[in-house]
Design a protein. Structure first.
Length: 170
């Protein structure tokens, strides 16, 4: 009888360990450490945003979907930016800076615009080639997801609010 109890207990322990490994959330890949040349001439690092959620949006002036999504990005940033949410609009390296600047002014983009000089930032983020490509980074610097194309802004809003809540309770 003791053998059966021991075998049963051992089986439960093994099953629990397998379930823990199987069901545990995967570790997030860390966002790359990249320098960010800003449109206005300054430079910063992505690491400077650690502690707050960041949405990195790779875009181009010739990308209709990018331009269509800008009002949604602006609305999300204006709603949550004061709470610590950051948006980095990364203009692709093939986009002339004067064209980027003109679009930013025309669309009155209030978030930080980065110029991807030489394509280093796109390469660091899994070699981004298609716009729009958006990356959501959590306050710990982990990549939550990377997506190409249209975004579900209500879902992103909820994710970001959850991150802001975690950040404030930490």
């Amino acid at each position: 009888m003791r053998k059966e109890w021991f075998a049963g207990g051992l089986a439960l322990i093994v099953l629990a360990a397998v379930a823990f490994v199987w069901l545990a959330p995967p570790a997030r890949e860390s966002a790359p450490e990249v320098a960010l040349p800003l449109l206005e001439g300054e430079r910063t690092e992505l690491a400077a945003y650690r502690g707050e959620p960041v949405m990195v949006v790779f875009w181009a002036t010739s990308c209709p979907t990018c331009i269509d999504e800008m009002p949604d990005i602006v609305a999300l940033y204006e709603e949550l930016g004061d709470q610590g949410f950051n948006v980095l609009g990364v203009a692709m390296d093939y986009d002339p800076v004067d064209r980027v600047r003109a679009l930013v002014e025309r669309k009155q983009l209030p978030y930080t615009i980065v110029i991807d000089e030489g394509g280093d930032i796109a390469r660091a983020f899994n070699n981004v080639r298609v716009t729009p490509t958006t990356v959501l980074i959590d306050p710990q610097g982990g990549v939550v997801w990377q997506r190409i194309g249209h975004l579900n802004f209500p879902a992103i809003r909820e994710q970001v609010i959850g991150m802001l809540g975690e950040e404030q309770s930490a």
